[in-house]
Every structure is written in structure tokens, then in C-alpha cells.
Design a protein around this ligand. Structure first.
Ligand code: FMN
Length: 377
């Protein structure tokens, strides 16, 4: 549990008329806890009570009625947990969290950075922050595109592009998918096999297995599972599936979402929602945290794992003549509900997608050298 002081600025005309700058700051304190979904405002007295409580051992309720009422309110809000049956849900969430071996700040970051019902596109439009010009108008110029050159630096030879170099040059985030075509099941199978399948394994102890894959993973633990939203795959019923990396098979989930799911999952990013297949990268945190227990780098490591998978999806999609994307601007809670995930044990870190690129560009892509889209003369 962390306490955060907050300041909320309000405009007050009377302050302006009295010669001030019109701004009035309201101070408040919130308690943040990774077993709760949101901040809980607390009074200074409640904050003091929280700081006097043990984080590890049970304490009796205070005898004094004033202190008792204060503690009871914090119990009802879930910031303090109690062993009374009527407050069992908060205690269970706290127990799950403790058993998962999160590093506390990582846990807080993950819990509180999840979205539900966010429409990032409407927000961008409302705030007029859509184009690069909009951003510069509102935010000024960004820091320089890279560091300045250093005198005496060693000039490197520029070689002819290698085969992989040529391939990677054609990797451009796809925001225009061709909804008139389907991707053959064989292509989907190759994509999943090349990026996500186990290619072999190591069993250091009976019953303990480490999978070998084409992507790297912190500690060799491969905690990320892939859930595939098949949207236009020839020979595969549209729907959400779990991809099994050892059996190389797709298991259809018993509960399937409404047709608007993809767009909601992608926080309104309609340019991605049409991809032929989406891949929700869901981390089983406990698999990584088994080794990186209460570890300050563990969350960073699993996010990097997701990044490696995303780059491999981009590369393989490009090799297959498909377009691909990755985004972290997702409504994690939508996915958690659909997939039946317990938030601090398993959670989506990113969504990738791929499919045939449309012949027409409706939404901008970054291809200044015209590797994908012919440069207009
Ligand atoms: C972690 C990550 C998150 C991204 N999120 C979004 C996103 O939410 N929406 C989007 O349109 N593009 C997203 N992108 C794509 C970037 O905008 C894109 O990589 C960048 O504009 C450079 O273009 P390129 O990938 O074609 O080289 C994301 C890329 C990364 C690596």
C-alpha cells in the first residue's frame, strides 16, 4: 500500500478578483494498493492509521470507538483487509497478490495502468492530438531525433543491404487491412509456429520443463501465452482461440465475444481492428516471478518478452507478404473478462495483429522511402 499526496488545481473567480492568479489548489491523499482497482481517498487521520498498521501480521481492531470507525471504513474500502467473511473478497485479492511474488511497485504499476472502456481515438480527436503537427502545436518540438554526432567517431562502412536487411526495411506498421480477402489457415499456422511454437525443450528436473522458442525470454521461462482473435482466416471459424505452443493447436474458447470486441479491445483504434488475426499477448506472471521473485526488474523483463514476440510477428508477417502491428493502447480489462483471467496472476501486455494490407491507404503509415507504398512523384 502506498500513500500519494495529490494536488488538484481549480479556477476560482473570487481569487482572481482578489488579486490572485485565480488558481486554487486542493490537496488530498489517496491510498494505492495493487489488490484494488483504483485509488482510495483517505483523510490525514486515516493516512496516519494506515502508516501505523502492520503489513505482515494481523492486529486486533482498536478498542477506542473513533479509531475503530476509522479502521472499519478502511476495511470497507479494502485498503485494510480483515478476516471477517463479509470482507473476504478484498482479503482473497490481497492473498492472491502476495502469493504471486510481485515486486510491490511493479504490481501497482500493472494494476493501475490497466484500462477499461477507454476510447483513445475519441480522446485524441477531442484533444486535437491526432497528427504530428497537432502534437507540436500543443507540446512544442520534441527532444532531438537522436544524439549529436561526436568528433572523432569511427565511420562505419555502409554495406549493400543483406537479405534480412531488405526484409526488415519492408516492415512498416500496417494500419490498412484488406477486408475483402482472407488469410489461409496454413499462413496463420506458419506465423504462429515460427514465432510462438516450442521448437524443443529442456527438463532439468522431473516435472520441470523449459521450452525453447524462436524468440528469447527472460530466464527462459516463456511466461507469455497467445490468444488469437481469428477474424478472416480461411478454413477457421471466426472467434477467439488459445494457441498451444507445444501441441501447435488452437483451442476455441467456450465463451465468445460480441462482434465489437476487437475495436473495444484496441481502445477504438479502428485501423487495427480489421486485421485478419489479432494476437493478445497474455503474461502468466507467476511463471516469471517463480524465479524473479519480488524482483525489481521482473515486470520490465516480461514487457520486454512481449516486445520480442511483437518484433518477431512483424518480421515473419513481412516475410509472408503481410502487414503487422503492435499496440499497448488496449483495454486490458475487456480481455481479462473474456479470457477469465485473474488480473494479478495473468494479464494482457500488448496486442499484435497481422493480415493482408489493403491496396488503398486510408490511415497514415510511416513509409517515407516508399518500400511498401509507392512514393508519389
Ligand atoms: C510498443 C509500441 C506501441 C505502439 N502502439 C501503437 C498504437 O497504439 N497505435 C498505432 O497506431 N501504432 C502504434 N505503434 C506503432 C508505431 O506508431 C510505429 O512503430 C511508429 O510510428 C513507427 O512506424 P513503423 O513501425 O512503420 O516503423 C506502436 C509501436 C510500438 C513498438
Amino acid at each position: 500500500m502506498f500513500l500519494q499526496p495529490r494536488e488538484h488545481a481549480q479556477f476560482r473567480l473570487e481569487d482572481l478578483l482578489a488579486g490572485g492568479n485565480g488558481l486554487h489548489y486542493e490537496h488530498s491523499v489517496v491510498a494505492l494498493a495493487a489488490h484494488l482497482d483504483g485509488p482510495v481517498p483517505v483523510s490525514p487521520d486515516e493516512a496516519a492509521t494506515l502508516l501505523s498498521c502492520s503489513a505482515e501480521s494481523w492486529q486486533d481492531l482498536p478498542a477506542s470507538p473513533v479509531h475503530r470507525d476509522r479502521v472499519m471504513r478502511l476495511i470497507v474500502e479494502g485498503v485494510l483487509v480483515s478476516d471477517a467473511t463479509e470482507h473476504a473478497s478484498h482479503a482473497a485479492a490481497d492473498a492472491t497478490l502476495r502469493a504471486s511474488h510481485w515486486w510491490p511497485l511493479g504490481a501497482l504499476f500493472h494494476r493501475l495502468s490497466r484500462w477499461s472502456g477507454v476510447d483513445s481515438v475519441s480522446e485524441m480527436e477531442r484533444n486535437q492530438m491526432v497528427t504530428a503537427q497537432d502534437l507540436v502545436r500543443h507540446l512544442g518540438a520534441p527532444p532531438a531525433e537522436t544524439l549529436p554526432r561526436s568528433p572523432g567517431a569511427v565511420a562505419l562502412p555502409r554495406t549493400d543491404s543483406s537479405r534480412t536487411g531488405e526484409l526488415l526495411m519492408r516492415r512498416t506498421t500496417c494500419r490498412n487491412f484488406d477486408t475483402s480477402r482472407k488469410v489461409p489457415l496454413e499462413v496463420l499456422a506458419e506465423m504462429l509456429g515460427e514465432v510462438l511454437a516450442a521448437t524443443s525443450h529442456v527438463d532439468p528436473e522431473p516435472g520441470v520443463r523449459f521450452l525453447k522458442k524462436n524468440v528469447p525470454s527472460a530466464g527462459g521461462l516463456h511466461p507469455i501465452e497467445a490468444y488469437v482473435v481469428a477474424q478472416r482466416i480461411e478454413g477457421l471459424e471466426a472467434g477467439v482461440y488459445h494457441y498451444h505452443p507445444v501441441a501447435h493447436e488452437l483451442a476455441r474458447l467456450p465463451s465468445q465475444p460480441e462482434s465489437t470486441f476487437s475495436r473495444r479491445l484496441l481502445s477504438g483504434q479502428y485501423w487495427f481492428a480489421d486485421a485478419h488475426a489479432l494476437v493478445i499477448l497474455v503474461c502468466r506472471f507467476e511463471r516469471n516471478f517463480w524465479k524473479y521473485r519480488n524482483h525489481a526488474k521482473a515486470y520490465r523483463a516480461v514487457v520486454l518478452d512481449a516486445g520480442h514476440i511483437s518484433q518477431a510477428i512483424y518480421t515473419q508477417a513481412t516475410a509472408h507478404g503481410l502487414g503487422a502491428f503492435v499496440t499497448a493502447a488496449i483495454n486490458e480489462e475487456e480481455a481479462e473478462r473474456l479470457l477469465g483471467l485473474e488480473p494479478m496472476r495473468e494479464g494482457p501486455l500488448a496486442v499484435c495483429g497481422f493480415g493482408w494490407r489493403s491496396p488503398q491507404m486510408q490511415t497514415a503509415e510511416m513509409d517515407p522511402a516508399g518500400h511498401i507504398w509507392k512514393v508519389q512523384s
